[in-house]
Design a protein around this ligand. Structure first.
Ligand SMILES: [Zn+2]
Length: 514
């Protein structure tokens, strides 16, 4: 009897001295397709190299939802939920209640703190489920949870509702900011960094290749307009954006004494600049290789600082990306591959014409091009069946060249769709109160953007991303089983001995746990 009790204790109790991390460093690289780990491997010697050599590396990790965009990826990361549960269906969506477009984190009930006075802030209010950080705080209120990025949604969504702070960069104010949702003033350490005017340092900089010997090398872009070199645009669209994020993360580490509380702390850091650069030039441009190599170095710097502060071997690092990216269509065409550009406005006009032809004139479409919101008031006033109008819209979309699929709200709700992975991705991405009424999917490699490239489809180039765990309690190695990014959150909850996040549909990646 006593033996049985002891055995139960050894199965379920954390044995004395079990390796609980003091800190979880949860990293997202914005627009970092899985193959960037392979293509530039020979040039990785720092952060990525450490993760690839010492971590559990998943080679076949995918998102399950169709709308592979920043807010959805970041909300999936530490909730394990799909949009059908989390309510985060896009970066922005049409809010039927207010008749306006809202973002995943916009919150008129809050104020921006640290930038220009009186501006509206952001919050995790629209995220309907808990994050691992939330579950950690419920069990260990003393744990600190902090989110950092250049984009508000990328700082806020991984951190969750109970975060001690989420911080992002306001380019107009040239300052790090937060929201009154978290606190009424920036902490001292963040104020101090703002006084150093971190963004101003780069006002006249040129982005040279990482291995340039001197500044005679051809720059990728310049922060000076009309200098004869491509203008970088904002600081976000340069490697210095990532450097600023890393610097802020280091200050947060020290300022919040992370890794030195009774239970585990969590620092979520999202590097945004890879995304801005990638959109402008595409995955095959040398600038993407350059910023990837620079990201490797920057991660090395961050890991060194973390180890110095928290002690080597005490931090669990988790790394993923919020989405991948499509090749630039013209680059793909030159390789004899499919692809091209479509016009969203033409598609919308065509859909509107088709509905008008069938049901009469009116403002039938309220918003959207690939996710379309129909005018339900008009449909009701004309005593029409919404499903009929949806079908007419979908039919018009399907008659457009290079449109592969069109799903209607009614079809998704009733399961009247082709039974395959793409339909499932649209279904898992659908949340009734917020999603549109018709969803249009282009053929692979076709984009609605007029230049550069983008992401947002359920195709592999958009949904295949790195998933790496490295640190105490993790069995290193290469794992080629197909997994979902949704598996990260339940695995982390298991490691931290806390409840699973409320919307998680992932599985515990038990194969990597010691
Ligand atoms: Zn993104």
């Amino acid at each position: 009897m006593l033996g049985a009790l002891v055995c139960i204790a050894c199965l379920f109790g954390a044995p004395a001295g079990a390796a609980q991390p003091k800190l979880v460093l949860a990293i997202v690289i914005d627009q970092f397709r899985y193959d960037y780990l392979l293509r530039f491997r020979a040039d990785y010697h720092f952060g990525f190299a450490r993760l690839l050599e010492k971590g559990a590396v998943f080679t076949d990790a995918h998102y399950l939802h169709a709308a592979t965009v920043t807010a959805v990826g970041h909300s999936t990361f530490l909730t394990g939920a799909t949009p059908s549960g989390s309510g985060i269906v896009g970066n922005e969506w049409y809010d039927r209640e207010s008749g306006k477009s809202v973002t995943s984190v916009s919150d008129p009930a809050t104020l921006l703190i640290g930038g220009a006075a009186g501006q509206t802030g952001s919050s995790p209010r629209r995220l309907l489920v808990s994050t691992v950080g939330d579950e950690l705080k419920i069990q260990h209120p003393d744990s600190k949870v902090i989110g950092v990025s250049i984009k508000d949604r990328s700082a806020i969504l991984p951190a969750g509702h109970q975060a001690d702070g989420a911080y992002w960069y306001d380019d107009h104010a040239g300052a790090w900011v937060t929201s009154s949702y978290y606190r009424e003033a920036l902490p001292e350490w963040a104020l101090k960094l703002n006084q150093e005017q971190p963004g101003a340092r780069y006002a006249t900089s040129k982005w040279l290749p990482f291995d340039a010997k001197d500044d005679s090398a051809k720059p990728f872009c310049s922060m000076v307009k009309d200098s004869g070199v491509r203008f970088c645009g904002s600081i976000e669209a340069t490697p210095w954006g990532n450097e600023m994020i890393e610097e802020f993360a280091e200050r947060a580490l020290a300022g919040e004494n992370l890794g030195h509380h009774a239970a585990t702390d969590l620092l979520a850091v999202s590097f945004s600049s890879n995304d801005y650069v990638g959109h402008a030039v595409g995955p095959d441009d040398p600038a993407v290789r350059d910023i990837s190599i620079r990201t490797d170095r920057l991660l090395g710097k961050l890991f060194a600082e973390v180890d110095k502060r928290v002690g080597a071997g005490n931090t669990l690092v988790i790394l993923t990306a919020d989405h991948g990216v499509a090749p630039v269509p013209e680059v793909n065409q030159a390789r004899k591959m499919p692809g091209g550009r479509l016009k969203g406005a033409e598609l919308t006009a065509k859909i509107n014409d088709a509905i008008t032809m069938r049901f009469g004139p009116g403002k039938w479409l309220l918003a959207g091009s690939s996710s379309i919101y129909l005018n339900l008031d008009l449909i009701r006033a004309q005593k029409l069946d919404a499903a009929d109008v949806e079908r007419a819209a979908a039919q018009a979309a399907l008659e457009t060249p290079h449109i592969a699929r069109a799903y209607t709200r009614s079809q998704l709700l009733n399961g009247q769709v082709q039974q395959d992975a793409i339909s499932r991705a649209f279904s898992l991405g659908f949340f009734g109160p917020r999603s549109g009424d018709v969803f249009v999917l282009q053929e692979p490699y076709y984009l609605f953007e007029s230049g550069g490239t983008s992401h947002g489809t359920p195709y592999d180039y958009d949904n295949h991303v790195p998933v790496i765990f490295q640190g105490p309690g993790i069995k290193p190695g290469k794992y080629s089983t197909r997994v979902a990014v949704n598996d990260i959150a339940p695995t982390l909850a298991e490691i931290l001995n806390v409840e699973q996040p409320s919307g998680s549909i992932g599985r515990i990646l038990s194969e990597i746990l010691n």
